[in-house]
Design a protein around this ligand. Structure first.
Ligand code: ARG
Length: 452
């Protein structure tokens, strides 16, 4: 395989160095983008008369046929090559002969690799936005189907207040909305054409960068050649957004793991999305969810990897930057896998409403409702909090449920209590009272589902 450099060298590269420096084993994923970028570049070279038209046409048609082979999976990549740019240049040499030697005019692999990476990112970010939308859609279907299911909401993993299961699920829709917004915002900074920056300082040849940007669908052209070839902040930003998304997915997984465990029994993950134990025949394990939870760790690792590689690098291009691609690809593929599996899981997820109701048998979960009952009678919050706490302690000492404390006993604590207070001690009543905007009342949750 011939190299894209070598004229000034008198000795052959040591095989150890070839092995150590090559990136083809991972940057082959950029093949399609590399081809497309080269096609636009060659068209520009022809249009600007930097390369004679007939050679430019030959280059474009050669690249188009390589592109076809890549898309159909027929393109052969020699694993001993240095990188994807070399592979495609060599394939073009073989296909069209002499004219191919003009393709790399007014270009360096420094601006080329940044271009390929940005094109990959644009494509994948759009794809991931689509996958997040699909996950959100399956959350909404699930929430609509189970709109009447009430579960205990937790703070500190302790019973807090009853909430609609749908309300908790829609919390994740809000998180995923922000994740999408973050990706879309990042896109503005990815969607900038670096090509034409060449190795570091631009070129003396009369190139037309705006033409290339238009051909490739870039909104902007980079305005400093040294920045364009040397920064990878867009990679850091993407992985950081994906790491946040991964964090959200890990929390959703954890909620499901808890709610499907024997102590809760609210969710049944479905056989299709569970795994068994080699020793304990009774087991149905949430391994899928545990892996989604664990993969948030992979994403954090990817982020730290690129941040650390980039730290303190002098301008401009340094070979260290070749190492950005593996964590970038890994992060994109990790998120892709987790999003797909979570979307599938929602489709088979079953809810056990009776078990959910059993979790609400401890009436202390209505303490806040009782306290707000007193507040509505004009009792200052602090006092109402104290009264309710004392009643709870009184009932616990006597092993009574809240509803078993008589009205006479309640009135020892406050004369404001009437019979209607007992009506508060049920899940439906409790959630229906939370009518504040964004609260868990079925009306509010239905409104949110409609607006989603
Ligand atoms: N494989 C390299 C990378 O991914 C391509 C750029 C090589 N440039 C260079 N000056 N050695 O970064």
């Amino acid at each position: 395989m011939s190299k894209m450099w070598g004229g000034r060298f008198n000795k052959k590269t040591d095989p150890l160095v070839e092995e150590f420096t090559r990136s083809i084993q991972f940057d082959k994923k950029l093949a399609e983008y590399d081809c497309l970028g080269s096609i636009a570049h060659a068209k520009m070279l022809g249009k600007c008369r930097i390369v004679p038209k007939k050679h430019a046409v030959k280059i474009v048609s050669g690249l188009n046929s390589i592109l076809k082979e890549i898309k159909s999976g027929k393109f052969k990549i020699d694993a001993s090559s240095e990188d994807i740019h070399t592979v495609i240049q060599n394939a073009l040499d073989k296909k069209i002969g002499k004219s191919s030697a003009m393709l790399h005019t007014a270009r360096s692999r420094n601006d080329q690799v940044s271009l390929d990476t940005r094109m990959y990112c644009k494509d994948k970010l759009n794809y991931l936005i689509g996958l997040i939308s699909l996950l959100k859609a399956s959350i909404k279907v699930f929430s609509r189907k189970n709109i009447d299911v009430i579960i205990p909401g937790f703070t500190h993993m302790q019973n807090a207040q009853p909430v609609l299961l749908a309300h908790q699920m829609l919390a994740y829709c809000d998180m995923f909305d922000r994740d999408m917004e973050r990706i879309k915002d990042t896109m503005k900074r990815v969607d900038i054409l670096p090509l034409g920056s060449c190795a570091i300082s631009g070129t003396s040849l009369p190139i037309d960068r705006n033409f290339v940007a238009k051909e490739l669908g870039f909104s902007k052209v980079s305005s400093n050649s040294m920045d364009a070839v040397s920064d990878r902040d867009f990679v850091v930003e993407i992985i950081s957004g994906l790491a946040i998304l991964g964090m959200h997915l890990s929390r959703l997984s954890e909620d499901f793991i808890i709610l499907s465990s024997q102590g809760f029994g609210v969710l049944n993950l479905g056989d299709e999305f569970s795994t068994g134990s080699s020793m304990m025949p009774q087991k149905k394990n949430p391994d899928v969810l545990e892996l989604v939870r664990g993969k948030a760790g992979t994403l954090y690792g990817n982020l730290i990897e690129v941040l650390t590689i980039m730290k303190g690098l002098p301008l401009t291009y340094n070979r260290d930057m070749q190492l950005d691609k593996e964590p970038l690809f890994k992060a994109v593929e990790t998120v892709e896998g987790s999003l797909k599996v979570m979307t599938g899981l929602f489709k088979v997820l079953k809810v056990n409403k009776d078990n959910a109701l059993k979790l609400l048998e401890d009436e202390s979960i209505y303490a806040t409702d009782v306290m707000e009952y007193l507040v509505k009678k004009g009792i200052p919050l602090k006092e109402a909090h104290d009264i309710t706490g004392k009643i709870l302690s009184y009932s616990m000492d006597r092993k009574l449920k809240l509803g078993e404390v008589s009205l006479r006993e309640l009135r020892i604590f406050s004369s404001e209590f009437n019979k209607d207070v007992y009506g508060l001690l049920n899940p439906g009543k409790s959630v229906s009272l939370k009518k504040s905007y964004g609260g868990t009342s079925p009306d509010e949750v239905r409104k949110k589902l409609k607006n989603e």
